[in-house]
Design a binder for this molecule. Sequence first.
Ligand SMILES: [Zn+2]
Length: 175
Amino acid sequence: MYGGHIGIALAGKGYRSTMPLWVLLIATQLPDWADAAACSFGSGSPPSEVLSHSLPAVAVLATTVALLYYAYARDVAGSAFAGAIVVSHMVADYVTGLKPTWPGGPFIGLRLYRYPAADFGIEALVIVLGWIIYRRSLPADRRDSSPVKVMLFCLLLLQLAASVSFSLFPGIKKC
Ligand SMILES: [Zn+2]
């Protein structure tokens, strides 16, 4: 999943408005950043996806984020929430991609990327729903402001670009 992860972070911000949005954005993107780091600096064995997207890897990343957020904010519920947002990345990726379960285990997923139009539809839906939940949490006088509307437009455009790229270059690798 691409833009859908950001939609989930926005929904998280709408649900827990006291948490900084940047924390939720880091939490929702962390497995992909870990994948890029493992892909760039790792030996290739185990594969970067196992080191970033498998159940044990996501458990380590989620626990790390939860502990760091607790150290920052002393907010137990918020820490658990930040960890859950990391886990949401893995769940969302199982919908759109094919991801590892554990080292040596099977790769599972619905592989929606094979159908870029369906992928765009699902991710756009997650973005719009996340944006609606986020928007509801804003003060009434900011809900219809230009930046809030532009945010939705940019996210949908970003997802469209990703889905079009994927349909043009289906064998594209992240690194
Ligand atoms: Zn991912």
